[in-house]
Design a protein around this ligand. Structure first.
Ligand SMILES: Cc1cc2nc3c(=O)[nH]c(=O)nc-3n(C[C@H](O)[C@H](O)[C@H](O)COP(=O)(O)OP(=O)(O)OC[C@H]3O[C@@H](n4cnc5c(N)ncnc54)[C@H](O)[C@@H]3O)c2cc1C
Length: 384
């Protein structure tokens, strides 16, 4: 059996390896990761780790016995620097080259950091989280730049720790890209009800030299002891430049997540096409794990297409927001159970009379049930 090389030792990469073993693959699996640690889970970094509820040990994706069973050749603390499709090799830092029969690209994202924000913290790795947690001990005023999912979670964590938090969002409401304007308004209200100052309609220009104060496009300067930059991330494809793979805000793949002969991509880095010309890339934990199962099957000769109902969740101030499906910008939001004022509701997003997403706001049971409708619209009558 030919060797499988996986680059990126996180949820996507590890799940491919585990699924291959689960399907009886006995060949060599090498897992290359530039972080010097065994695979860990990222979602708790902005939640339980920042607030101090979980230690780093609680984040391991699999325990050591399970990892031993997988018989993986670990190459942790090593960076893939180049892919040569012709000779089927991945070159690592330090000069080592790995030959592959199948290659899986699972390198995730790198936070964006425009010029002028050198002194701001970003949050992608456990190392980032531990440093931020340490700095939150002494900082009193925290400026969070970017009101996406990550920025909102960092703001919530800092607020929970008793900090004065300013959340800076250039749009009209936080999380608009994920939730749309109406539900984003509920996120704004949630933060403001807990004492976070939300500034909207003006973006951050730069940090004032030598400080963590944030200058906004409106001219306002938000004074802070600590600035956190959460303005999005870019696919980690720098090492693939010049390889011949099609790179376009991610590694372009077909509907089977195949990027080239015997090369697949999974997780945050993968931009796949549904075959009609539409492409998508998702930055969610569930997507990485689900794509990994498809890729493992396809490496072993299958031809499975990836056709997900997208899912993500976010935890802020003890509120769990869950979304199955996709909310289009002009979707109609219908609350079908509960009440936003009571921090618990179930909503449906509808577009042209079709339900495109189920949204749970502290309503896990309802959102699980509503999810089935996205695949089976005939069930919609069961939900008021
Ligand atoms: C703070 C935080 C909170 C999150 N919260 C949620 C949440 O609540 N809900 C949700 O659905 N999703 C959440 N996510 C997103 C989720 O964690 C990601 O979707 C998931 O981790 C993607 O997995 P992945 O395997 O594709 O990539 P990653 O987890 O990013 O792993 C990629 C790995 O590849 C390594 N790598 C990169 N380049 C190279 C190279 N050249 N050579 C070797 N190794 C390389 C990286 O260092 C990294 O270890 C969160 C993410 C973060 C950062």
């Amino acid at each position: 059996m030919s060797d499988v090389v996986v680059v990126g030792a996180s949820v996507g990469g590890l799940t491919v390896a585990e699924a291959l073993r689960g399907k009886g693959f006995t060949g060599r699996i090498s897992l290359v990761g530039d972080e010097p640690r065994l695979p860990y889970d990222r979602p708790p970094l902005s939640k339980e780790v920042l607030t101090g509820r979980w230690s780093a040990e609680a984040l391991h994706l699999r325990d050591s016995r399970r990892l031993d069973e997988l018989e993986i050749d670990w190459l942790l603390g090593h960076r893939a620097e180049r892919l040569r499709l012709g000779s089927r090799t991945v070159e690592l830092d330090g000069g080592k080259a790995l030959h592959y029969g199948s290659l899986v690209i699972a390198t995730g994202l790198v936070p964006r950091r425009p010029a002028g924000f050198a002194g701001a913290r970003t949050l992608r790795t456990l190392g980032n989280a531990l440093r931020l947690k340490q700095e939150l001990r002494t900082a009193q005023r925290v400026a969070v730049i970017g009101g996406g999912v990550l920025g909102c979670e960092v703001a919530a964590a800092a607020n929970t720790l008793g900090k004065q938090v300013v959340l800076i969002e250039p749009g009209q409401v936080p999380m608009a890209a994920q939730l749309g304007a109406e539900l984003g308004g509920h996120v704004a209200a949630l933060h403001e009800s807990r004492g976070v100052r939300l500034t909207t309609g003006a973006g951050a220009v730069r940090l004032v030299e030598g400080t963590s104060h944030v200058e906004l496009t409106s001219g306002e300067v938000v004074e802070a002891d600590l600035a956190v930059l959460a303005i999005g991330s870019a696919p980690a494809t720098g090492w693939l430049e010049g390889s011949g793979l099609h790179l376009d805000d991610g590694v372009r793949c077909d509907a089977s997540l195949r990027a080239a002969d015997d090369v697949h991509a999974v997780g945050d880095v993968a931009r796949w096409s549904d075959g009609t010309g539409t492409t998508a890339r998702l930055e969610t934990r569930t997507n990485a794990a689900e794509q990994a199962l498809v890729v493992a099957a396809n490496i072993l000769g299958g031809d499975r297409r990836y056709d997900p109902v997208p899912y993500f969740w976010s935890d802020q101030y003890g509120v769990r927001i869950q979304v199955h499906g996709a909310i289009t910008p002009d979707a109609r939001i219908r609350i079908v159970e509960g009440n936003p004022g009571e921090d618990r509701f179930l909503a449906l997003a509808e577009q042209g009379g079709v339900v495109t997403a189920a949204i749970g706001w502290n309503h896990p049971r309802g959102v699980r049930a509503a999810r089935r409708m996205l695949r089976h619209p005939e069930l919609a009558g069961g939900i008021r």
